[in-house]
Design a protein around this ligand. Structure first.
Ligand code: SF4
Length: 386
């Protein structure tokens, strides 16, 4: 049998128990009946999409949201059964589900295991109950602890915990406590982001250009200090930073994300999900009622597609650079040449030289990677390639 191309699946579950104050993700609070109707439509989409990717083998699956763990477990069972039945999934595929404390039961975890899910990503954000309340999270730190224990008891040995710094009212001490409490649990992976106040969220009204609510956000210097402390503490505890905001114990990097940063094709399934397949970038319908009403006749799933673009070679090269450089190991001129048939220095020599002079890029031909200063100023450094 000829070698199949590699494909990643992303499955979007756009439901949450409550909307957090800072959240601009495509997610809603809906009755169970809507969630069930969505699961039905999504299953049909999964089956219909499979015919277009028969030449691919699925190496990773990421079930994200929203909060996929709010979905009734029989719906998740049905969705995963459709995937296993209609796609060629690699035996050792990494299969992640995002879950929030307060929404995970033993029964759900048992069903996830039976459905082949082997990695859990838990959204904690903070171990301080006051900070959690301000964020509008539905859970306490104690709820998280119970969920974490349940996850381990259910046999999951690959767990990510999401954390967030620069929160309203957060101090260096409380951020340090959050990290140390979580590190005692030894999760395999930690994603640590700084809060970004996004337009259109309740936080934007409070903390955006107009508002200065109480408690205030940490000032810029404190935010930077938190950022440096994050790296220091995680490295001291044996974690490796393999991407700007992602740390793992050795060998436990998130394969799905690495695929995304290295240009592996991915198929997005469900509301608003983005895809990049065979050079085409597109997304699925973003309006939930339109999605649910879409006709599943002959034109399905094409009638779900929106914003279809065929990427030019230049755009693909740009993505290779700015996504690849997010990873601490950087990008290699040999892979660039293999992929595009061009010398990386002929195309990006000027940018590389400039960033090297500014101390943002380390060059060891044929490889280049961001320096610590470059990671600090990654927005600026990566934008040079666009
Ligand atoms: S749980 Fe996550 S997706 Fe849901 S509202 Fe909160 S931040 Fe948004």
């Amino acid at each position: 049998m000829k070698n199949k191309k590699q494909l990643e699946l992303y499955i979007h579950i756009p439901f949450c128990a409550r909307k957090c104050e800072y959240c601009d993700f495509l997610s809603f609070v809906t009755p169970m009946s809507v969630q069930r109707a969505y699961a039905e439509k999504l299953t049909e989409e999964i089956i219909a999409e499979s015919t277009g990717v028969k030449d691919y083998q699925v190496s990773t699956i990421f079930i994200g949201g929203g909060t996929p763990s709010v979905l009734p477990s029989d719906c998740m069972e049905q969705i995963m059964a459709a995937v296993w039945q209609h796609y060629d999934v690699k035996e050792d595929a990494e299969i992640t589900i995002e879950a929030n404390p307060g929404t995970l039961t033993e029964e759900k975890l048992k069903i996830y295991r039976m459905a082949g899910i082997n990695r859990i990503s838990l959204g904690l954000q903070s171990a301080d109950d006051w900070e959690l309340r301000l964020l509008g999270r539905i859970h306490t730190y104690d709820d998280f602890l119970k969920s974490f224990q349940r996850v381990r008891l259910a046999g999951f040995d690959n767990v990510n915990v999401d954390l967030m710094s620069a929160l309203p009212g957060q101090t260096m001490e409380s951020w340090e406590k959050t990290m140390k409490k979580v590190l005692m649990l030894r999760p395999e992976h930690i994603s640590a982001y700084s809060l970004i106040v996004e337009p259109g969220t309740p936080f934007y009204d409070k903390y955006g250009c107009l508002g200065e609510a109480y408690p205030p956000l940490p000032d810029e210097d404190t935010e930077r200090e938190m950022y440096y402390m994050t790296e220091q503490i995680l490295l001291d505890h044996g974690y490796e930073r393999y991407e700007i905001s992602n740390y793992s114990r050795p060998g436990k990097e998130c394969r799905h994300n690495i695929g995304y940063w290295t240009g592996v094709d991915y198929l997005g399934l469900g509301l608003g999900a983005s895809s990049y397949v065979s050079g085409y970038r597109f997304r699925k319908e973003c309006d939930l009622s339109v999605y649910l009403d879409i006709h599943t006749g002959k034109e399905f799933p094409g009638n779900l597609y929106r914003d279809i673009n065929f990427l030019t070679t230049k755009e693909k090269m740009e993505e290779f650079m700015f996504l690849g450089l997010r990873m601490t190991k950087g990008v290699s001129g040999s892979s660039f040449a293999e992929k595009f048939g061009h010398n990386m220095w002929n195309i990006y020599g000027k940018q590389i030289e400039k960033l090297e002079k500014e101390g943002l890029l380390e060059v060891r031909k044929p490889e280049i990677k961001l320096t610590s200063k470059g990671i600090d100023l990654s927005n600026y450094a990566l934008s040079q390639f666009i």
